[in-house]
Design a protein around this ligand. Structure first.
Ligand SMILES: Cc1ncc(COP(=O)(O)O)c(C=O)c1O
Length: 387
């Protein structure tokens, strides 16, 4: 019995996250909790800096390890992965290399996108892009028919978020990919709100481009992200947003031409975020060790209980009920989401909010007691729940 209890989630990982001793932490959609191994990685970075001064060969090697970690995470090859400082940086590099003057000028953007993605596509309008939004239905899904109406033979690219940061809704990625590819369009998937919480395989999903970062369910911290680009697409995109780490030979130090790498490294830019690389690798390795598929099952169980509890309180869950149509994040309608987040924080429960919703995002380390504690607190602040 006792042995079983520590081999299942969350018991076997909880003591690796010190914050859980003092808080109920349910905000992994914003930032994963700090683990002992990510803390140790930062300490290792400082020690290496202290002891070796400027070990740049080693730090560049660490960057290659990060590339390997990201490639392993999404089932890609090393030459299909750019290591970037943010999703914005990778997607901007791709956007800068697209041409909108060859009969395909349309970019179809789902209304589930994070602001950065919408803004990057609209920033291409002076270059000839026409941005078309695919609206959300009242049930917080985007039905495939809406993509079917929007994607046509003039569409260059379809930009979708796997899990919406506002409402936790999960898009039918394979369905969108099928429609887009039938009509000759590329698909860019922003998987930030899924990575680490749901197994993600770029090839299985069939996407052409995929971006994400380490901040959330991958348990790293700010400053590290990646961009996957399907191998045979890489050389068709010539980024104009670039930098020396994108060059074919970084250390040739040539200021007389632009010869980008033949691999996805061409979507990189300047000096890599070394401290974040140490932390990011540690976070990804920890999630691989914990098990992402097992985490998905565990979180699903917690979220079933959460949804049932909110129903009982008379609250309104915005996230779709179908487990296939949602990610790890559950959004609950509030009459004043900022006041609700603040009230919960006073009760020792950390959450966040967006767009009128309380966001609750359990991870591998959360327990049923965490959910019960949250539900009790929601009961105490019932006036802040929208019915
Ligand atoms: C879906 C999604 N995409 C992107 C980002 C962030 O992008 P960036 O790395 O450019 O800050 C976030 C959250 O911060 C997100 O939730």
């Amino acid at each position: 019995m006792a042995a079983d209890a520590v081999t299942t989630l969350p018991d076997r990982v909880r003591d690796r996250f010190p914050i859980l001793r003092s808080r109920t932490y349910l905000n992994s959609c914003s930032q994963g909790a700090l683990s002992d191994s990510v803390r140790a990685a930062y300490e290792r970075y400082l020690r290496d800096w202290d002891e070796h001064g400027s070990p740049w060969d080693y730090w560049v090697e660490r960057m290659e390890s990060a590339r390997g970690a990201f490639a392993g995470l999404v089932g890609a090859d090393l030459d299909e992965v750019a290591v970037t400082t943010s999703v914005s940086a990778g997607v901007s590099a791709v956007a800068s290399g697209l041409r909108f003057d060859r009969g395909r000028s349309k970019v179809v953007v789902s209304d589930f996108e994070f602001p950065t993605i919408g803004q990057i596509w609209h920033a291409q309008e002076p270059r000839g892009a026409r941005v078309v939004h695919v609206p959300e239905a009242p049930d917080a899904t985007i039905p495939l028919e809406r993509f079917e109406e929007a994607i046509d033979e003039e569409t260059l690219l379809v930009s979708i978020a796997q899990v919406c940061f506002r409402n936790g809704s999960r898009i039918d990625v394979e369905g969108v990919v099928r429609l887009a590819h039938e009509r000759g369009a590329l698909v860019l998937l922003d998987s930030y709100q899924a990575l680490g919480a749901i197994p993600v395989d770029a090839r299985e999903l069939g996407v052409d481009l995929l971006a994400g970062g380490t901040l959330k369910y991958l348990l790293g911290s700010a400053g590290l992200a990646f961009l996957y680009c399907r191998r045979d697409l890489v050389e068709e995109i010539l980024p104009t947003a670039t930098g020396w780490f994108a060059d074919e030979d970084i250390f040739r130090m040539d200021i007389t031409d632009y010869s980008p790498s033949r691999t996805a490294r061409r979507f990189e830019a300047g000096t890599p975020p070394v401290p974040s690389i140490y932390a990011g690798i540690a976070g990804i390795e920890l999630m691989q060790e914990v098990g992402i598929a097992e985490t998905r099952e565990h979180v699903q169980g917690l979220n079933e209980a959460l949804i049932a509890g909110v129903d009982e309180l008379g609250g309104r869950v915005v996230t779709p009920r179908d487990p296939e149509r949602r990610g790890p994040l559950i959004a609950i309608r509030s009459t004043d989401e900022h006041a609700l987040v603040a009230a919960l924080e006073r009760d020792g429960v950390i959450t966040s909010s967006r767009d009128g919703n309380l966001r609750v995002s359990p991870h591998c380390y959360n327990s049923m007691e965490d959910i019960q504690g949250l539900l009790e607190a929601l009961g105490r602040h019932g006036e802040l729940l929208a019915t």
